[in-house]
Design a protein. Structure first.
Length: 88
């Protein structure tokens, strides 16, 4: 989210400043921390997400919501009256 008082400045910045991939890779030193760092140059997963997964989200959301709810109930329980530690 970009505050409204700096939007003009923000959108005047060049791609070298606004490139989330480059700054993200630098931050986590991806070339050294990701075993198959060559995938960063050709991120095929983004095409798969756009072409295959995104159009199917409408069909998947009900199942995903149920799975998330079931998993939370299984891991955290339903007892709101007692404290329960959950390992992260």
């Amino acid at each position: 989210m970009v505050p409204s008082n700096i939007r003009r400045w923000f959108f005047k910045q060049g791609p070298n400043i606004l490139d989330h991939r480059a700054t993200g890779f630098d931050t986590v030193e991806s070339l050294y921390t990701i075993p198959c760092s060559h995938i960063l140059d050709q991120p095929t997963h983004t095409n798969i997400i756009k072409k295959n997964l995104t159009p199917e989200l409408g069909n998947l959301k009900s199942n995903l919501a149920h799975k998330i709810e079931d998993s939370l109930l299984e891991l955290w329980g339903q007892d709101a009256g007692n404290w329960r530690e959950v390992e992260a």
